[in-house]
Design a protein around this ligand. Sequence first.
Ligand code: ADP
Ligand code: MG
Length: 462
Amino acid sequence: AKRWARAAAVLRELEERCAATPARLRQVADAVAVEMHAGLASEGGSKLGMIISHVESLPSGQEKGLFYALDLGGTNFRVLRVQLGGKEGRVVKQECEEISIPTNLMTGNSHDLFDFIAAALAKFVASEGEDFHLPEGRQRELGFTFSFPVKQSSISSGTLIKWTKGFAINDTVGEDVVAELSRALDRQGLDMKVTALVNDTIGTLAGGRYDDNDVVVAVILGTGTNAAYVERANAIPKWHGLLPKSGDMVINMEWGNFRSSHLPLTEFDQALDAESLNPGEQIYEKLISGMYLGEIVRRILLKMTQEASLFGDDIPPKLKIPYILTTPHMSMMHHDGSSDLRTVGAQLRDILGIQNTSLKTRRLVVAVCDIVAKRGSRLAAAGIHGILKKLGRDIPSSDKQRTVIAMDGGLYEHYTIFSESLESTLQEILGEEVSSSVVIKLANDGSGIGAALLAAAHSQYL
Ligand code: ADP
Ligand code: MG
């Protein structure tokens, strides 16, 4: 009985510390909007990179021809080819393949990583069928989606600022990732030109706009998290280039690196950060995204075991292994609808080696998942609110302008409780009138198509 009281106390304290109250969410949204201004004002002016993408216009629908895309994200990379048929034909045909990246390559050297990618791409190109047409004498062209912070120097070049998520390869930092990829393509004997280098958020924005003209924001909730949006070029003081014809410039926010004293951080978050590959960085991402949610839950359960013998007197050895409990595991337990929480019991047994858990214990585990998932989803909603504030779309407009947010990422797609909480929180903070014109649209793998569309828009043959 005493240990239950102790466990309940830890849970209550956790709930308090993690509470993302409406007042707190408002502060976070305000802070995001303020940081957006600061990041646009000067280079390094904010924790938010507010990176100028050099994308001045989003797809029009006129794009035509055969284009390739390559998407290097967190755990997988995808290759894609698409035959675009212009205004009438749209996407005539597309093919996609997903390849997982061997973990040792994520922390090895640049040469090996890019060789692996180029080899997989070469193999994919070799399987190109009759339905795809490359005009005589033309080079194949590729849009490269690279989901890490890059300082863009043009639409088709940029240097890596830092790795995030599970990647840490020193010799890539500061290098032009298009040059690295192009050299690897040469080594494979693959004749292909990279005509667009885009962040996954930009790809999603482009793919989203191709489908729906009212898309102005893109958000990724996958292994990591980030957002991009369309800004007016004359609202970017740090931009010293020519004013684009469109008057617009797409901004990659790199919002994963946001931090603020208003974020509800706990001892668990601090320890996770300190022991991570990138301490002190990507604090917002570490509260929200798929790479970390399960790990936060593991840390909480470990503490409950140490302080309240949650799983008996001995600490289950597997519970001490960092990242052993993934967000998909967490999500599976969280969605368990059975009366005896059978799935929770099975996951605890299979993943953590904990046998014979009581229903009471399983309930507690679900409660922990709920606290961590709700905090993350509500903070993500506050981030979106911040962007809408910056765009002046957080208040009722007379013309009932629709605002569409293109969303992508495995976390949002598969973790239903997370995505439902995000949407209801956004409604709660925007109010009925405004939220009736704000739409979140799942742009499933929109970033691949988006990158191909941007490659088409920046083709050397135009
Ligand atoms: P990436 O972010 O690496 O480009 P995805 O967008 O496919 O890739 O997202 C993959 C991430 O989504 C995984 O790392 C995981 O954290 C999360 N995820 C995938 N499936 C689930 C699930 N069923 N429940 C919760 N999270 C999931
Ligand atoms: Mg991705």
